[in-house]
Design a protein around this ligand. Structure first.
Ligand code: SF4
Length: 360
């Protein structure tokens, strides 16, 4: 059966298939010219690299996120293509049958997707056991044999997300492997949960080029984590004008900047403002919630409490300010007659990536 015949059986037309490929290619910032190449890689994938998808200490939110997109489901498209051999939540088999599937997949060249964090030490193994075995051991075993490792969601990435804030000694995949002396690169795809476009885009890139996309200092693909949320926020105009929400119940403040309510947008690198969740239905800030910085390794502990203002941040030309005085500082800078260019830069708060990296 040809690859597109297979898509037809799954109720996916070639047009829909190409639409997903083109959108994903654009999201990765790749030239339109290579759409056929990406499509070809995806078609080849139908033949198909097996995936082992492990779930450690997690809430299954990343799985939900990946499988809950609308039709034609990119998740179904890509995940079916990838032949998920083992996934505790969605696989039909259970018990010994699923264990057998896992061990069979281990013998092949497989992609390892890890959702959730792992206990960091043998002593903490009791916090996460799968089929009677410590999750930590299963993760080490599969990571050593994997062709490529994707740590998806905040819990599996650096910082270990919400479990990392608990007493379970949870660590992300890369940290566990480092601690065990295992030298295997891990691509981190944080966010709580992972965005399907990020997961699919990274897998497609890997299938096309047989290597990881360009990564930043936290091993996140620059294509998805290269821009500062604050720079693309729909409430940015209010930030610049000093309109900060202080009262949730005041309808006049509904669209105001959320920095006094703990927004971590000025410290968070993510494409959330450009690529919304649930098939572009919405994203946190647009829905009225401050950004909790879930794509950063400081999430959760380093950014909590989430709904309290961040202590300090840096404005170029002005330096460190705290959220309480940001409006005064920006207004004051104008009043004392800073040059027009400096005011524009400072008041806009357009912090360069470099400034922010130094700041964090
Ligand atoms: Fe948007 Fe948050 Fe920046 Fe305000 S602080 S402009 S809400 S990202």
């Amino acid at each position: 059966m040809g690859n597109f015949d297979l898509l037809k059986v799954k109720g996916i037309s070639r047009r829909d298939f190409m639409k997903v490929i083109a959108a994903t290619t654009a999201a990765l910032g790749l030239p339109e010219l290579i759409v056929p190449q990406v499509a070809n890689a995806a078609e080849q994938a139908l033949k198909k690299p097996p995936v082992i998808w492990l779930e450690g200490m997690d809430c299954t939110g990343c799985t939900e996120s990946a499988i809950s997109t609308l039709n034609p489901s990119p998740a179904e498209l890509i995940l079916d293509m990838l032949s998920i051999r083992y996934h505790e939540t969605i696989m039909a088999g259970s018990g010994y049958t699923s264990e057998e599937a896992y061990h069979e997949a281990l013998k092949e060249k497989f992609v390892l997707v890890v959702e959730g964090s792992s206990p960091g030490t043998k002593e903490q193994d009791r916090f996460c056991m799968i089929g009677g075995r410590p999750f930590r051991e299963i993760l080490i075993e599969s990571a050593q044999k994997a062709q490529v490792i994707l740590a998806i969601g905040s819990c599996a990435s650096e910082g270990a997300g919400i479990p990392g804030a608990c007493a379970s000694g949870a660590v992300g995949v890369a940290e566990l492997l480092r601690n065990e002396g295992i030298d295997k690169p891990v691509i981190n795809l944080p966010c709580c949960p992972v965005k399907p476009t990020t997961l699919i885009g990274t897998i497609l890139y890997y299938l096309t080029y047989q290597k990881a996309p360009e990564l930043d200092s936290q091993n996140r693909p620059v294509a998805f984590y290269g821009s500062l949320l604050h720079d693309n926020c729909p409430r940015r105009g209010h930030f610049e004008n000093g309109n900060y929400l202080t009262d949730w119940n005041d309808p006049l403040q509904k669209e105001y900047c959320l920095i006094l309510k703990g927004c971590k947008g000025p410290k968070t690198y993510t494409d959330c403002a450009q690529v919304w969740w649930n098939d572009n239905a919405n994203f946190c800030i647009n829905a009225g919630s401050p950004c909790s910085g879930c794509s950063e390794k400081e999430f959760y502990n380093g950014f909590s409490p989430l709904y309290s203002k961040q202590e300090m941040f840096k404005l170029p030309g002005i330096g460190q300010v705290d959220a309480d005085t940001v409006g005064t500082v920006i207004g004051g800078a104008a009043a004392i007659g800073l040059g027009a260019h400096l005011i524009a830069t400072a008041a806009s708060g357009r912090l360069s990536n470099k400034d922010h990296k130094e700041d964090m």
